[in-house]
Write a protein that binds this ligand. Structure first.
Ligand code: TYD
Ligand code: MG
Length: 488
């Protein structure tokens, strides 16, 4: 039998070479070849000298060993996590610097009640800075164990105890440093190595581990994306710097639903939960009926203008109303400008193309600015119809009626397709005082269903985009020019 021959496998692309070289010929990666000695194998792959252990298969139901979840009492945070933190799990909280991660987690550490208490380990700030913040947040009396450290060896040594803390916040993983690795803190290998050590300890000791990770715009080095597959839950904290709102979004959750959002408002006393986000996102807009939340809905500049539509959306399991604003201006240069905030630019291009091709408008030749008010980012295709309404309204200078919400997905043919959660959308709109919904026609098979919200809300079925154009054209606003004149 021939002696097993050493071979060199590229760790990037898997190409196998018979000789070591500095650069893989397969993918061009440098220094990626590692010697692998093939074992003696039987024809069907596994070595013959050792038999595998028999696995004990079990059913899907059985006694579960998971300890109960730990709620922080911050309802928006608990909901995003699926109803509190699961002991022994690792959570990554990512977000731009300065968005409020440290603030939120200090508030959570102060509010949570876990055996052994909560520990907050900062590698970024001095003890005094954290104390000052705690004072501002009004939580300085809470029994939080505070430490400034960045050596993972020290942290592990301090936490590896029977009576250790039940929740550990590490702020941030980019500042942590493992002395067994040569590279500097913040590099991918350090971030990965440090997280691995901490997560292993969390699983063994059963504490909740929260890692803070900064997302850099380039995402090259410090990006916590390398950690996403190592942790159980990934939360992203988003929001526009200029806005007060902060949105906590679950993008991965082994213990709950994803796409759930928590809405907070940054105040001078830290992050405050927003229980009714629709009222917040519609603040400053002419309210259809101010019985919902007077303070939030009344504001300056409430004059109702064309180019805006209220979208009845769903974020996770919760309906959220947001305002979509569009501005259309004649293009001065050859290529029309497109500026989109809070929505997908490709989707906008599709809708302008459908408006041009199926409804005979000339939207596409203009500069288009589209904005989702309040700093929310919408990913639902159900927003198509609201975006189209805002665009048509901007083009024809005809306001969408103030008491109307819009939702529906647009097909390339111009047909409006049904979307999910219609009931919830209508209910939320009715609750906030809206009287009409422009929505996709209901499928006939569904007519037997109970329609709670429809009693309070008039639903206008929009089957094709051209019906929306008719509603928003000059016929309904006689003092305006007709669509056909404008689009020419
Ligand atoms: P921070 O939690 O330090 O952000 P991160 O950890 O994500 O980098 O919060 C940063 C901002 O929050 C900072 O610009 C100040 C503001 N802030 C308030 O407006 N009110 C407050 O009570 C606190 C503590 C911070
Ligand atoms: Mg911070």
């Amino acid at each position: 039998m021939a002696r097993a021959q050493a071979r060199f496998a590229c760790q990037q692309c898997g190409a196998v070479h018979v000789k070591w070289t500095g650069r893989c010929e397969g993918c061009g990666a440098w220094n990626s070849l590692i010697e692998e000695l093939p074992r003696e194998v039987t024809p069907h792959g596994l070595s013959k000298d050792r038999r595998g252990r028999q696995l004990g298969f079990v059913g899907l139901t059985g006694p579960s060993m998971l300890p109960p979840r730990r709620g922080t009492g911050i309802a928006e945070l608990d909901r995003v996590c699926g109803g509190g933190f699961v002991p022994g799990s690792a959570i990554l909280v990512g977000g731009d610097p300065g968005i409020g991660k440290s603030t939120l987690l200090l508030q959570a550490a102060a509010a949570i009640a876990v055996p052994g208490g909560a520990a907050y380990i900062t590698g970024e700030e001095a003890i005094d800075q954290v104390r000052l913040r705690a004072e501002r947040l009004g939580v300085s009396e809470s029994p939080v164990l505070l430490a400034a450290a960045s050596s993972v060896r020290d942290i592990v040594a301090s936490l590896d105890r029977e009576d250790g803390p039940g929740l550990v916040v590490v702020d941030s993983i980019q500042t942590m440093y493992l002395d067994t690795l040569d590279s500097a803190p913040g590099t991918v290998s350090q971030v990965r190595g440090a997280a691995q050590e901490l997560i292993r300890l969390a699983k063994r000791r059963g504490f909740v581990l929260i890692l803070v990770g900064h997302v850099t715009k380039e995402g090259v080095i410090a990006g916590p994306r390398v950690l996403e597959h190592m942790v159980d839950t990934v939360l992203y904290f988003e929001g526009e710097r200029g806005h007060q709102f902060r949105i906590l979004r679950a993008v991965k959750n082994r213990f709950g639903a994803t796409d759930e959002i928590g809405v907070f408002e940054m105040s001078d006393r830290g992050l405050v939960e927003v229980a009714n986000p629709s009222a917040l996102f519609l603040a400053g807009r002419a309210a259809p009926d101010v019985d919902a939340d007077e303070d939030a809905l009344t504001g300056a500049g409430t004059e109702h203008l064309s180019g805006s539509a209220v979208f009845a959306g769903i974020e996770g399991t919760r309906p959220v109303l947001v305002e979509v604003q569009a501005l259309i201006a004649p293009a001065v240069l050859g290529t029309p400008r497109r500026a989109v905030v809070g929505w997908d630019g490709t989707r906008l291009a599709m809708i302008t193309a459908v408006l041009d091709a199926r409804c005979g408008l000339s939207v596409g030749i203009n500069d288009i600015y589209l904005n989702v008010a309040g700093g929310l980012r919408i990913v639902e295709p159900a927003a198509d119809l609201a975006v189209a309404a805002a665009l048509i309204s901007a083009l024809t200078e005809t306001p969408v009626p103030a008491d109307t919400v819009v939702f529906g997905e647009i097909a390339l043919s111009g047909d409006v397709r049904p979307v999910g959660h219609t009931e919830a959308r209508l209910k939320e709109a009715a609750k906030l005082g809206f009287g009409t919904a422009w929505a996709p026609p209901r499928r006939s098979a569904r007519t037997g269903r109970s329609r709670v919200a429809e009693a309070e809300l008039k639903t206008v079925a929009i089957g094709h985009l051209s019906e929306l154009v008719t509603r928003l054209s000059a016929r309904h606003a006689p003092h305006r020019r007709r669509v056909s004149e404008i689009s020419r």
